[in-house]
Design a protein around this ligand. Structure first.
Ligand code: MF3
Ligand code: CO
Length: 249
């Protein structure tokens, strides 16, 4: 069952989501060649606390850090550590905040200085696939209309959609029903209704969609070690256009 959130609940998810947006905006300012992902995580923790939030990820199923930082061939759930960013890298930063018992969740993949043409294309296409998915989040549409819009767009550029990880409902829990795959035929699954809150998060690979998990049990990487990008927003279905609760960019 997909929960329909009350006005009051949406207000709380919105507050958590705005914190996520502010954290991402400020992290964008500090990422440069030479910084470690651990330092980015430490700044994220300070910012979350300054804005009255705690990390939604720390301790979740034993996850050891505040945010996820996934560089180049890393798809999602990269654990911050001693690795330093280099000019030409791409890095997905995934931030989740909890405020007053409610969650917001968003991710953005940044380019570090000058990146290759294919990296630029991958970022632009993944970003646009998320926007196209969000546009489908209208009352009366089916859940898989979101999935299909994302897949059709990304595959039209010969990139591939990761199967293993999906988006999710969000509210008083980080992960709620439904699962939101980033691929599939349109017109399938539950109909969307006003008051549903969803975290839509396409992961798009340069090469094959296959991923594997590293020894650390978290970091997902592309099997072929080609690039991967990840963008995510928490959105609310309204009578009109979907409202992007984590909007910051
Ligand atoms: N946005 C990701 C997700 O919803 C981040 C989760 S990190 C975890 O799956 F540590 F919480 F798992
Ligand atoms: Co998420």
């Amino acid at each position: 069952m997909i929960e329909i959130k009350s006005k009051d609940e949406i207000e709380k998810i919105s507050r958590a989501s705005q914190v996520v947006g502010k954290v991402l905006r400020q992290l964008q300012e500090i990422i440069e060649p030479g910084i470690t992902t651990e330092a980015i995580d430490q700044t994220a923790e300070k910012l979350l606390h300054k804005f009255g939030a705690v990390s939604a990820f720390k301790g979740y199923s034993g996850y050891p850090a505040n945010i996820c930082t996934s560089i180049n061939e890393e798809v999602v759930h990269g654990i911050p550590g001693k690795r330093r960013l280099n000019e030409g890298d791409i890095i997905s930063i995934d931030v989740g905040a909890k405020v007053d018992g409610y969650f917001g969740d968003a991710a953005f993949t940044f380019a570090i200085g000058n990146v290759s043409t294919v990296a630029k294309d991958l970022l632009a296409v993944t970003y646009e696939s998320l926007q196209r998915g969000i546009k489908q989040a209208r009352p009366g549409n089916h859940l898989s209309d979101i999935s299909s819009a994302i897949q059709v767009y990304a595959e039209s550029y010969d990139f591939s959609i990761v199967r293993k990880f999906v988006g999710h409902g969000i509210g008083s829990k980080l992960h709620e029903e439904p699962e939101i795959p980033n691929f599939g035929k349109p017109g399938i699954g539950p109909q969307l209704r006003v008051g549903m809150v969803l975290a839509i998060e396409p992961m798009v690979n340069q090469g094959s969609y296959e991923v594997e998990i590293l020894e650390d049990k978290w970091t997902a990487v592309t099997k072929d070690r080609q690039l991967s990008a990840h963008f995510e927003h928490t959105i609310c279905v309204t009578e009109g256009k979907p409202e992007i609760l984590t909007a910051w960019e």
